[in-house]
Design a binder for this molecule. Sequence first.
Ligand code: GAL
Length: 684
Amino acid sequence: MTEPTAGRLQLGAAWYPEHWPTDRWPEDIHLMKAAGLTVVRMAEFAWSRLEPAEGKFDFAWLEQAIAGLAEHGIASVLGTPTAAPPAWLVQDNPASLAMGSDGRRIQFGNRCHYCVNAGEFHTASKRIVQAMARKFGPNPHVIGWQLDNEYSRVCYCDTCQAEFHKFLETRYGTLENLNARWTTAYWSQTYSTWDQIPLPVGAHNPGLMLEFKRFVGASYLRYQKLQLDVLRPHLKASDWVTHNFMGWFGGFDHYLLSADLDLASWDWYIGTGHHDHLTTGAIHDLTRGFKRRNFWLMETQPGNVNWSPVNNSLNKGEARAMAWHAVAHGAEAVLYWQWRSALGGQEQYHGTLIDQSGQPRPFYDEVRQLGAEFSVVSDLLAGSEVLAEVALLNDYPSRWSIEAQKHHQDFDYVAHLTHYYRPLATRNVAVDILPADTILSGQRYRIVFAPALLILDEARAGNLIEYVKSGGTLVLTIRTGVKDKYNALLPSRPPGPLAGVAGAEVEEYYALERPVPVHGDWFAGVSRQWAERLGVISGSCSLPVATFRASNGWLDDQPAVVVHAIPDQGTVYTLGVYLDEKAQQDIIDHILAAAGLRTIKTPPGIEVRTRLRPDGQEIHFIINHNPGEQSVRLPWPAHDHLSGQDVRGNTLLPPYGVLVLTRGEQEPQTARRAATSREAAPSA
Ligand code: GAL
């Protein structure tokens, strides 16, 4: 029977039993069990098999699949199948189909083809979700639910436009207010009735564009709530509900959507090429930040995908290292997509564990190894979490505002944020990626990075000022404090309401044709894409610590980086630069050292991470993300839970090798310590 699962490290796959005759299922389940799978996700696209005609449900097959899995101790996660509304549904309710920005309905036959605001689609969604909830909510072998799949579609139909008008009316109250906030006197855009306001296609009024992004998120939020309201009353107390997000996808504010869910999860695919832990670690940390607790990796790539320019396979051992990387960043489950190649459908060539013939692919053995390893460390990891002392703020409205008006075609909000993440990850510093309105003072963060925090109001700025007053280190970057939440320019110089605490303001910003040299006290390099000429605010004790060198005349010898160490408070760095990688590492190293953060220098591709158990015990992960072997030096004797061996001193990691360590000495560890405490930890 199914074992209790709470807190256990889970290994699983997406299984679509509806693709196969039932007499094949026992063999599949046998192979799953042999691979060490503990959980299977089903039903997420099975609407036409669950409700073959309106109101006629066929749940027997799914019940049989859940029972078959449970007999072998495998738990089930169910997806609500709403990302795949069936042909009969859209034929009977044509307005259920989304409309593209070209005014044409989306053709049936792919996924996510629904209009998220269509009343008839809401009715149909409630019907299937309620019926599934009644049937499977009480099932002891179903441990959690995923709503829909990868929300993404933006619809431009008349229903959406009417809903957009209601949304704006609620937000702005009056047209006078809206016209003023959006400066619609510009180009005669003044609206005299709500229904004149278009759904923006392409470049438009910045206020309108930003609100449309917010509206798309609000539409999904409402639709998600509709599903939650019919699902939750039928669930067991231990059940959770999630949605599988897509990492840095920017279609909506993920913090908003996550708030109503119990668990955050995401789908991780590499596509062409290979895994770069300095970049992907940020997405795990982003997802962990959605609920500020551990998350599930709901889908990941077994070998290769089918949708990338080159669908190369991950190297042997690479996916295992990726799985441990996810766990080291707080994943409680790793599920491969998918179990077996379907003979038909759009994804015939996608990687799987079992091929079209029904036999395990070579990759299956790698999963089986993980299955054995997960079962060994599951109890050790139960309840453990990542405790970061560095926060990086992520703000969807700032991102959308910049994406609509890049000013430099190469400027990318996520790449810029990741430019701050990578040097931290290179030094093995744990980071929480959090919404920009997180209350920061009184928390454990010693440094807060706020990359391109373009949109600032008094409340948001006040929160950051409080944090600095409480002794924190705040790092401000280019494109900060430029606009209000309506996407209008603030009537002040950037960083607007943060200028006082920064002791600096931006006298001018420049999109760059070519890199500009920058020389500072702790680094020398160039600024690419962007430069901000800073001015020190008179009367403040701030100091320029870097200046631009000769470039366009305006920037020459002008302040590029300003530090404001406020007596009896914290420190604010204002970086008017977008530095090359070496200079960026140097300046971040300086900031980390000045704030007293412990860093661990490791060779390229070697990652060291820590999770902390509730009893205070630290679990260290050392992962070799390289296809070649690498030696690391351990500062203390340790026990490797994967090999079962004690290890000490110089230790050789094979290609994609992983160590899961606890310190060898059996010293009592009762105090709950921060994961980045200054105690010795593995270095390489
Ligand atoms: C995901 C999707 C899965 C599968 C996968 C293939 O985006 O959720 O259902 O299609 O891509 O890589």
